[in-house]
Design a protein around this ligand. Sequence first.
Ligand code: PLP
Length: 387
Amino acid sequence: MQYDFDTVLDRKNTDSIKWDKYAGTDIIPLWVADMDFPMPPPVHHALMERMQHPALGYTIAGDSVVEATLEHLKQSYGWTVDPEWLVWLPGVVSGLSNACRAWGEAGDHMITSSPIYYHFLGIAEPAGRELVDVPLREKDNHWSFDIPALEKAAANPRAKLLMLCSPHNPVGRLFDAEELQAVMAIARQYDLVVVSDEIHDGIVLDEERAFIPTAVACPEDTDRLVTLMSPSKMYNLAGNNCSYAIISDPTLRAQFNYHAKGAIPPATPLSYVALEASYRHCDEWRDQLLEYLRGNRDLLQTSVDKLDGLRMPRLEATYLAWIDISNLRLNDAPTWFEQHARLGFSPGEPFGDANYIRINLACSRTTLREALNRFEQAVQARLQELA
Ligand SMILES: Cc1ncc(COP(=O)(O)O)c(C=O)c1O
């Protein structure tokens, strides 16, 4: 079946955060990480069917949901997961926050590497922990871990937890096994727990390559690893709140569960239905979506490459592009783009670098083309002003 990603979806009047921010204006929102596409039709169908029954109520992840999840992990990544290792969560961010409370004590160090999804930078403090940022390195438009600096931070006796994001939001990296192994070797040497946020699993734009979960790349280190996953990004179910942690080590799992108890609600009845339908019935939809996103990525890259001084690292994974706009010398880039290009981007500052903006390209090509026209015109005018 051929799925339609071209029709422009009107999301107004759906209480969408992305669209309501600019309600009543002509600004095109390309910020928060959800897609301007319909959910996969098999998921829509499964939800409508479930709604034939008029009751919801507290719901567990039934056998069929668990089985679909395990099959997905096995088939997609060759990862054999035991049902006992799964901990169901309403969101990946709650899993990250819980990890900050579950390991270490007040004042202990939680390490991460900016730029990074902004919640990573904000969750240690409310847990009474200290965030230690070991920035990623960027050379020739390629982002990588700063292994010597990570090792130095890990060697501090107060270091307890390392928070990874793979594939990476916002730099769009698809880390390979060697890179993950180098990080996990440090965790092993200094006895750190690692929480790996893999919510963007599957959204691979580099056709030749594949996503590898940290647990699969580093099987000897799974006793210190918490993996967080969800179908919400790949299958366009953001906000539907169904995620899970995979924790193979029983002690680690008990510690995680102890801190989650009473603090983190379970996933919701409809979200389990959506997860199961995504994993069982949406392979074709996913493959077509990835092709579409690759086309959008190429359009954006061509546009950025035309503009003097703007830089965009190759977007290997995710549908979020990270663009260096420092040469535009703007004090408040997001507001400037709203005013001069009628475009709503994510500011780089909450991710750890105000010299960048993040652009969400999961929208119809018509919308993206219009956005890129506006983008190019505004940037060219600014470059002329500066010349
Ligand atoms: C890396 C990353 N982690 C977590 C989330 C949000 O996860 P959830 O909605 O499941 O809490 C996002 C959303 O953009 C993300 O990009």
